[in-house]
Write a protein that binds this ligand. Structure first.
Ligand SMILES: Cc1cc2nc3c(=O)[nH]c(=O)nc-3n(C[C@H](O)[C@H](O)[C@H](O)COP(=O)(O)OP(=O)(O)OC[C@H]3O[C@@H](n4cnc5c(N)ncnc54)[C@H](O)[C@@H]3O)c2cc1C
Length: 386
């Protein structure tokens, strides 16, 4: 990956934003279980950071994905995972399919305000009975005249309590599970939508998550993205940017964990010497930093392929898998060196340990990534090449 001065300038813009607009408030927002999402997104929108690789026609910057990767990476310098997660949902989870396959009318209505930070979006795929098994979801959108009437419920929906729209995956026919789904843009103020109380989570505390219920929710059929029945395919494509974003966002967060642990181990004395002078500790920290560089290389490689317009499923799945696994390893190892301090709720390692745990679960669990990689390697039973 050859970064230019423009990439460096963008990095600085994002880092400055995080230092000025996010980090001073993280503790308060984590405690409150929410943050002023419209205000923060409005500021990000004004800087153009919500539409880096989105079409200029709808207010985006029209840059290639490497610039978006830089933004995702630098957002990882935030001292909490919840706010970057909310941003990632907006830029790389609920809008990629709309930008790629949506009608101009839909893009004007939802994409342009999402890029400007005037609307907050969320993505509705998972259900209580269907997280990993996306094809098994039950929410329906039945045709009635020119409308769809939506019934069902979506679980664990990030940003939903404050969102202005949801990009919803729903069954629009009784065809086979991979052919009966459509992505539909639904304004959140449509009658018939209701929410559970905020879900009480292990980590990502500043990010709002709720269950969203749909009771005879009526939207025009023109709110569907692309052709009917292609929603599953579009969501699988949309997942690739989500997964690259997730991997990129973890890199600097993990480096921060290593760096603050180095600082702490320099200060903390046991048996008459700083902790850092124990070979088991400084070797381990060096090993973890090496692993983070490997994650960075893998993520950049996926990004390069994506920019070339090639199928990125294999490398994006590998990067997501590695990010989840390594996130757990780095936060667990570093927390250990903080001893009792690491076990305290407000300790930076304690927060990172809780936040990063999501990466191995959300957006396709580790085992789902392994299944995809096996399939593409031709070693998944039933899909074997031999
Ligand atoms: C904080 C948070 C935010 C989220 N935000 C959103 C959102 O905004 N929008 C949205 O749509 N969803 C969201 N999700 C849902 C998330 O994507 C799902 O939780 C995830 O896909 C896993 O689905 P599940 O929880 O139903 O786990 P299950 O499908 O019940 O799987 C449980 C576990 O079983 C294992 N497993 C599953 N299948 C296999 C297999 N084939 N082989 C081996 N092991 C397997 C995995 O370890 C998995 O973690 C969010 C979740 C959380 C926790």
């Amino acid at each position: 990956m050859l970064f230019t001065e423009e990439h460096d300038a963008l990095r600085k813009t994002v880092r400055d934003f995080v230092e000025k607009e996010i980090n001073p408030h993280c503790d308060e927002w984590e405690e409150a279980g929410t943050f002023p999402i419209h205000d923060v997104f409005g500021k990000l929108g004004k800087l153009g950071l919500l539409g880096i690789h989105k079409p200029e026609e709808f207010g985006g910057m029209g840059l290639d994905y490497s610039y978006n990767l830089v933004v995702a990476e630098e957002l990882g310098t935030a001292h909490c995972g919840g706010v970057p997660l909310a941003v990632g949902v907006q830029t790389d989870m609920c809008t990629p399919a709309l930008a790629r396959f949506g009608s101009d009318e839909l893009k004007r209505e939802f994409l342009a305000p999402a890029i400007a930070g005037e609307m907050v979006g969320c993505i509705g795929v998972s259900e209580v009975g269907a997280g990993s098994d996306v094809a098994g979801m039950k929410t329906t959108a039945r045709k009635d005249g020119d409308d769809y009437v939506i019934n069902g419920a979506k679980m664990w929906i990030t940003n939903s309590p404050s969102a202005d729209f949801i990009c919803l995956l729903a069954n629009t026919s009784d065809d086979k599970p991979h052919k009966n789904k459509s992505l539909i843009m639904v304004p959140m103020n449509t009658p018939g939508i209701s929410f559970s109380p905020h879900l009480n989570k292990l980590g990502m505390r500043s990010s709002e998550t709720a269950q969203v219920f749909f009771d005879d929710v009526r939207v025009p059929q023109r709110n569907r993205i692309g052709a009917e029945g292609t929603g599953f395919m579009m969501q699988m494509v949309q997942f690739q940017e989500e997964r690259m974003w997730g991997a990129a966002n973890v890199i600097k967060a993990l480096e921060h964990c290593i760096n603050v642990t180095i600082d702490y181990c320099r200060e903390r004395q046991t048996f008459g010497q700083p902790l850092i002078d124990n070979q088991s500790i400084h070797f381990r920290l060096a090993e973890l930093q090496t692993e983070v560089e490997a994650l960075r290389a893998l993520t950049y490689q996926a990004c390069e392929l994506h920019i070339q317009g090639k199928d990125v499923t294999r490398l994006a799945s590998m990067a997501k898998l590695k990010a989840g696994r390594l996130g757990r390893e780095v936060t667990d190892s570093c927390l250990q060196y903080w001893g009792g301090m690491g076990y305290m709720w407000d300790n930076p390692l304690s927060r990172a340990f809780r936040d990063v745990r999501l990466v191995s679960i959300g957006g396709g669990a580790d085992e789902i990534m392994l299944g995809i990689i096996c399939k593409l390697m031709g070693i998944l039973p039933g899909k074997r090449k031999d």
